[in-house]
Design a protein around this ligand. Sequence first.
Ligand code: N01
Length: 538
Amino acid sequence: MNSTSTADTGIVDVIGVGAGFSGLYLAHRLTSAGWTFAGFEAGPSVGGTWFWNTYPGARCDVESIYYSYSFDEALQQEWTWSQRFAPQAEILSYLEHVADRFDLRRHFTFNTRVTGAAWNATDRLWEVRLDDGSARRGRYLISGAGGLSTPKDFDVPGLANFAGLRVSTSRWNISLDDLAGKRVAVIGTGSSGVQAIPLIAEVAERLTVFQRTPNYVMPARNAELPPERVAAVKNDYVAIREECRHSPGGIPDRPVTDNAFDVSAEERRRRYEQAYERSGFQGVGAEFADLLIDPEANRTASEFIHDKIREIVDDPATAELLVPKYHPLGAKRSCFGTDYYETYNRPNVSLVSLRDEPIETMTENAIVTAKGAYEMDAVVLAIGFDAFTGPLYGLNLTGASGKKLQEVWHDGIRSYLGMMVADFPNFFMVGGPLSPALVSNVVVTIEQAVDWIADLLEHARETGATLVEATAEAQSEWVDITERTVAPTLFATTDSWYRGSNIEGKPNTFMGYVGGVGKYRRMCTELAKRGYPGVEID
Ligand code: N01
């Protein structure tokens, strides 16, 4: 055992990456337990995702009363959400409030990016390099860098030729007014594009949406939160949070046990109509138990949405292009929009299907497809992220055997519980790949991961250990569990960013555990009770 104390060596106990939902709770939880903590955040302030994604219409599609911290009763009593789905600015204010309330900013260095980290086996610590040229040494290194923080590169030739206004949703640095009266292109129709398009359409002279894959967009049905609902939630918050923690998705469960073909076509339609009104993640895609398992069952729900699109969109040709035919409902991340399909009825909005006419290049003032040139004054990229691996590979981690994480994961992503990686001792990920983060209310997963990691570090401290590493065997077992859990579902056979399909050359691994946050929590708690079998603690 190496018993070097970090107290008088200038080595910090924990180096944390990121000051978003993960990093802030990490700093709070670990410093409260007496650990020294040095956090580094690439941005100038706290907020992570909610700092960067300021595009028009940005809001969370998990309900605000659930998409928030549960660790402090006073915090959840004093903060009042204004809407069912909080807008970006309100979530950012919340995170700023949390940072100030718990005095967390002092634990972070802002405008500073971690650019490399190497495991020093002799001293049992991480040597971390920063983009200001300095270095820091820490016993433990914990990434709270998030899953959707590395924007995807635009892989179409000619972007640099374009001389007009160019902006991406994930690094929005203009105001909506800057698009007023302009001919605007939006490329990409995932959650970000779907939220931004209706608002851009209101100010642009012309909006042309360049769509590669049509998505299922269901009405968000956002609304002000009535004071009586807020009061009822606050009154019952402890129980509500507990329900979320033990649910499948990190939001209160709405269990369904019957399958789509257990009921008549008429009854199915009635149920889908109700679910469509309810909307959210417990809407149409969750109305029957087999919708994400049986393609034929799914087809009934998918076709229900197809019909809605045809009802809403006036021009039949545009409607057909918007109908999502290439994947089952829910197997790719569903989108929730406000007036999304209605926007295509505006006289200043048109749709280009990139499946029919791929972009060939861009010129100084136009997007050129196989069918012609579209002159534009501004281009908005809403093309998504290099999810999960992007932020982690950006840390340039070198593990115990001298290999980089990107080499170790070259043929497939492997982790233990989505929190640790064999051969990378004393390194942890909050909501990393193969955790439930991908398909859950991520704040629930973040709090659980931070608590579990903090308890494990405490256990190591109590035993005088300075090395904590997942064994290769335990990791293989976890990878098997995640693969077996997802295999019977439609996630397994659908290309999406969930499986890295949006990035050329990325390993084809479904990056989440789909067994539910409640089941995952039970497994993690049980492992902790049993003294962390599967983790070498020395
Ligand atoms: O990114 P996406 P996003 N040429 O990857 C297209 C979360 N989020 O930022 O599908 C042309 O979903 C791409 O087409 P295709 C949420 O988890 C949440 O919108 O690859 N098009 C697709 O249409 C979400 O899932 C919220 O064929 C190109 C789009 O760009 C995740 O973030 C809000 C292209 C990218 O869609 C990512 O969402 C926002 C190219 N070269 C985000 N490359 C809420 O909570 C890509 N595309 C509401």
